[in-house]
Design a protein around this ligand. Structure first.
Ligand code: F6P
Length: 336
């Protein structure tokens, strides 16, 4: 078999470990030919590729980002749907000309949607979920998330001492556009006092009240972790909560936006192993010609789900999540 690997959408730690997992298994275990496709789905249009060997796949396990480059795929998906300029035919023809039997697409929600479209057009596709946001439906966890939580937790840990020394409120904005997984996990691991998630909303008076209650109990400082997707009148939640909390409580407030530091750099050991397992399983699906599926983690097992089931869905935090329930039982404020 000859297979292609591409990474699409926002980068995240662990993509290279996946490329290595897919590629080395394909080359060493099954004697396949393996090529990398540059710049996401764009590379299927431009036929911009690289041939992988065991040697060229070495030394990338711990590298952040993606050696293949990436691109946002929303535009391509739209063009594919309307077959603008015969794009679907171009991609099918190119894959045929490159002699590709199948393509492994590493990406988040948007990528899985595009992968599903291509699968329906007749390409042999396997999806691998990646995102620091952990919001891909159909898998218990995606790689990148653990690394991002580690980075955000370390930042929250560091903010505690300065918050306490100055008796300030520290507002920490973490990534998570539609889902608050990073805010929940890093907030709980970092001992935050208020955790605000897009899924659960907030009432600003109650947030202020919780911070004042702490002050009255002898804790004149607080850590507020907010996901970037929480809706506020300001563009960035941190820009809204910091002055509003300061005004509402009379306690000085400062903000920290972690931004892309959560997405860059080396993957954690957990993410390296997760990416390696998912990559290896993707190759198993290829060998068994189980196309049109996304590899996933189900409990502690590597498994797969049909792309069709994944496409268009989002995995979000629910109020019933045990970390939310446990946080509330310990006095952590979740917005209301
Ligand atoms: O990878 C997911 C994510 O980090 C979101 O949390 C964030 O909103 C988005 O990517 C921003 O990425 P970009 O600026 O690359 O579009």
């Amino acid at each position: 078999m000859k297979i292609g690997i591409l990474s699409s959408g926002g980068d995240c730690p662990g993509i290279n470990a996946t490329i290595r997992g897919v590629g080395k298994t394909a080359l060493m275990q099954y004697g396949m030919e393996v090529i990398g496709i540059h710049s996401g789905f764009t590379g299927l249009i431009t036929k911009d590729t690289v041939t992988f060997s065991e040697r060229t796949l070495s030394g990338i396990l711990n590298l952040g980002g993606t050696i293949l480059g990436t691109s946002r795929e929303k535009g391509i998906r739209k063009r594919l749907r309307s077959n603008e300029n015969g794009l679907a035919d171009v991609i099918l023809k190119n894959c045929n000309e490159m002699g590709l039997d199948a393509v492994v697409c590493i990406g988040g929600n948007g990528t899985q949607k595009t992968a599903n479209l291509l699968s329906k057009l007749g390409l042999n596709i396997i999806g691998v979920p990646k995102t620091i946001d952990n919001d891909v439906w159909g898998t218990d966890i995606s790689f990148g998330f653990d690394t991002a939580v580690n980075i955000a937790t370390e930042a929250i840990d560091r903010l505690h001492s300065t918050a306490s020394s100055h008796k300030r409120v520290m507002v920490v904005e973490v990534m998570g556009h539609h889902a608050g997984w990073i805010a929940l996990y890093a907030g709980m691991a970092g001992g935050a006092d208020v955790i605000l998630l897009p899924e659960l909303g907030y009432e600003i008076d109650k947030v202020n009240e919780a911070i004042l209650n702490r002050a009255q109990k002898g804790k004149p400082y607080s850590i507020v972790v907010v996901a970037e997707g929480v809706k506020t009148p300001a563009h960035r939640p941190a820009d809204y909560f910091t002055p509003t909390i300061e005004q509402g409580t009379g306690i000085e407030a400062r903000e920290t936006v972690l931004g892309y530091t959560q997405r860059g750099g080396n993957p954690s050991p957990f993410d390296r192993n997760l990416a390696t397992r998912l990559g290896g399983h993707a190759t198993e699906l290829l060998v068994n010609r189980r196309f049109g599926r996304m590899v996933c983690i189900n409990g502690d097992k590597v498994d797969s789900v049909p792309l069709e089931e994944v496409a268009g869905k989002l995995k979000v935090v629910t109020p019933q999540h045990d970390l939310v329930i446990q946080g509330k039982r310990m006095g952590i404020m979740f917005g209301r």
